[in-house]
Design a protein around this ligand. Structure first.
Ligand SMILES: [Fe+2]
Length: 290
């Protein structure tokens, strides 16, 4: 196509793609091009606005490194990471719903016996909570030997890798469920924290007039061979920002309740939260039944 116009530009770019590319590439690119071009036409994007966007993306790249992926933060604040999670990890049975992994997971946390504390450093005015529960399969049978990784931010709102004053792997731990499918650990009552807003993601939040805060939560990654890995977060029912999480990751079913601990307990609060995980065999059974 030689004479490119407002009317034929989308068609021209679609037609430029090689017929031999994988079908999925074509499906994604055709839809992306149609939507991007239609969006530009809808808002009558100016050349300066386009240039501003390109410079903003360059800054997003500049601030990214091995420890920080600004594009994930950007996708979070426009609801794209959580949308990908909802599309790809739809529950097929009654398993606990997932939510986003977030940027702060670290593999190989300290392996701890059930009931251990993940607190390596105390903060003024911290509140402690004993978290426990059972992990069952979709038929209600407890699952033993499940690996449970947990991680959370400190009372200053920072994960340990963001804070040189916290010990390595502070507020992280790896537990294993016992014969009854039980897990238990002591952590900090989770506090809200802002996602990093000193870069391009922060610029976008400002542009959108949205705040960077997330409600207090504890992250879980629950893994066992033969089961779908469950990545989720449990929210404190009393925390702020449950209704306006900056990354849109809250689900009603993931809200837990902290109760004052009984007299003589060694924590301020207790919280029970049970999880249901789905075995791969269930999916095979479901496919066979269809
Ligand atoms: Fe988090």
């Amino acid at each position: 196509m030689r004479n490119i116009t407002l009317e034929n530009i989308t068609e021209a770019v679609v037609a430029s793609m090689d017929g031999a590319i994988p079908e999925r590439n074509r499906e994604i690119m055709v839809a992306a091009l149609k939507h991007i071009h239609a969006f530009m036409k809808e808002v009558n994007l100016t050349y300066d606005e386009w240039l501003e966007a390109m410079e903003w993306m360059r800054r997003a790249g500049d601030i990214s490194d091995d420890a920080r992926n600004e594009f994930i933060l950007i996708s979070d604040i426009i609801g794209v990471e959580v949308l990908a999670d909802m599309l790809d990890k739809k529950p097929t049975h009654n398993e606990t719903i997932s939510t986003v992994l977030g940027p702060f997971y670290r593999d190989n946390p300290p392996v701890l016996p059930n009931g251990s504390s993940i607190i390596q450093k105390d903060f003024d005015k911290q509140e402690t909570v004993r978290v426990s529960g059972r992990i069952c399969d979709t038929d209600g049978n407890p699952v033993a030997g499940v690996t449970v990784d947990v991680w959370e931010d400190a009372p200053n709102g920072l994960y340990e890798q963001q804070d040189p004053d916290q010990p390595d792997y502070n507020l992280r731990g790896r537990l294993m469920t016992d014969q009854d499918g039980r897990y238990e650990f002591v952590g900090i009552r989770p506090v809200p924290y802002p996602i990093p807003y000193d870069g391009a993601a922060g610029e976008l939040l400002k542009y959108m007039g949205h705040h960077p805060w997330r409600p207090g939560h504890i992250h879980f990654m629950i893994m066992k061979d033969g089961f779908k890995t469950l990545i989720s977060q449990i929210y404190d029912s009393e925390t702020e920002y449950l209704d306006n999480d900056s990354v849109f990751a809250v689900k009603e079913d993931l809200i837990g309740t902290l109760q004052p601990a009984p007299d003589g307990a060694d924590t301020d609060y207790v919280m029970t939260f049970d999880f249901v995980i789905r075995s791969d065999a269930k999916l095979v059974q479901m496919a066979a039944a269809e």
